[in-house]
Design a protein around this ligand. Structure first.
Ligand SMILES: [Zn+2]
Length: 411
């Protein structure tokens, strides 16, 4: 069994075949969720699944589960999956890799005539990307009860089309009640979407956890005035006060290494004129950490600094938390299964905490879950130039195969 390997060429050609649907001129993919192109992608993948002898169940939010029976079908399935929708300027590998790696695991088991004790399932979840409809990770979110089916159904795109209407239109509104589908264990293989593995020259990332995040909107209110006649000590400069807060965002992140993150990525300056002292500045704050207690400490320090700055400067400062996702530690049994499979296969490896969201976060709320990362070129994702090496994708798929076999058992 230790010699069991997937077919890397077949995995690669399936990835390239699926990437033709919605292919962009720059070599990426634009296959937004619940569009005609998404339907074509879904039809292709489910067609491959039927060819591989899998039975297919679709739930009411359009999540698709492709099942290979085990020896004991009363056992909950060992599942793997990801998503096949993409960003408007997306790549070939984000999500698609996890789904097709699952399919390749099944094809390999078929080739070798291996029966597992528990069933194996390959899933793809609806609207992971959140580009056409919010919220992101919609299908897996409804599945685990993070929000309701009606909430998801009512989401509209910019043209006013709803999720429910589009699911019906493309024929992927199934019958199963979301969540009424047991999972014994869940694994997700994914490109890293960051530069850590490539930088360290490692092939497999074992993912112990996904970072939590805390998002804020901050508004500093001062007074517009002429940049020339107004002496420095008589100004109420919203920009100068904002930069103090922005420096503190970075300082807070640096106080909680190695996983503290602090980012200000969006800013609006009013009136945004070269010779006017800014009267109002609005900006976003994004704080992250892998440990919930540390993330909370970062939150408290942020609020305390804003309060101190308000008192020292006399300017109006409003800060509001607009989003919070707690860190998601993965299940030790699943993390171990990935670690063991990697060691058995002899790949170079390191632990990589995920800074991005994945369907596995929601799956982890209802089942033991774990993830496998492989490097992507320059750490770039959500971009048409997203790229990954066939040998790395193959290695990740081999790890997936052996981790799933450990959990499912061989009959
Ligand atoms: Zn993804």
């Amino acid at each position: 069994m230790n010699d069991l390997h997937i077919n890397g060429d077949r995995l690669w050609s399936s990835l390239m075949e699926l990437a033709k649907i919605g292919a962009t001129e720059k070599g990426g993919v634009k296959r937004l969720t619940l569009t005609d192109l998404d339907k074509q992608g879904r039809d292709l993948v489910t067609g491959w699944a039927r060819d591989a002898g899998l039975s297919i169940t679709i739930d009411q939010i359009g999540n698709v589960f492709m099942r290979r029976d085990g020896e004991d079908n009363t056992l909950p399935p060992v599942m793997t999956g990801s998503h096949i929708d993409t960003q408007p300027t997306g790549g070939k590998f984000d999500g698609n890799y996890g789904v097709l790696a699952g399919l390749e695991v099944v094809r390999t088991l078929n080739d070798k005539g291996i029966k597992t004790r528990a069933p194996i399932e390959v899933a793809f979840w609806t609207n992971e990307e959140g580009s056409r409809f919010v919220p992101v990770m919609m299908g897996s979110g409804v599945f685990c009860g993070a929000f309701t089916l009606d909430h998801a159904y009512a989401a509209k795109d910019v043209e006013g089309k709803t999720v429910k209407g589009e699911l019906e239109r493309i024929g992927y509104k199934g019958d199963q009640v979301p969540g009424q589908h047991p999972i014994g264990a869940y694994f997700e293989a994914h490109i890293e979407q960051g530069p850590v593995l490539e930088d360290a020259d490692k092939v497999i990332g074992v993912v112990p956890a996904v970072m939590g995040l805390s998002w804020y909107d901050c508004t500093v209110t001062g007074m517009e005035a002429h940049a020339g006649p107004t002496p420095m000590h008589l100004r109420k400069d919203a920009m100068q006060v904002s930069t103090r807060i922005i420096q503190e965002v970075v300082a807070i992140a640096n106080r909680y290494p190695p996983y503290g993150r602090g980012t200000v990525g969006m800013m609006q300056v009013f009136p945004n004129s070269r010779n006017v002292i800014p009267g109002e500045v609005k900006f976003s704050i994004d704080l992250r950490n892998v440990n919930d207690a540390l993330l909370n400490t970062m939150h408290e320090e942020m609020l305390a600094f804003v309060e101190k700055t308000r008192q020292e400067t006399g300017l109006g400062i409003q800060i509001e938390r607009v989003s919070y996702y707690p860190p998601c530690p993965f299940h030790p049994d699943c993390v171990d299964a990935v670690r063991k499979a990697t060691a058995k296969l002899g790949y170079s490896t390191m632990d990589v905490v995920s800074g991005a969201g994945h369907d596995a976060i929601y799956a982890a709320r209802v089942a033991p879950a774990g993830m496998i990362f492989v490097p992507c070129k320059d750490g770039i994702s959500h971009n048409e130039i997203e790229d990954a090496k066939a040998e790395h994708l193959e290695a990740g798929c081999n790890v997936l195969l052996h981790a799933m076999l450990e959990r499912a058992g061989v009959a």
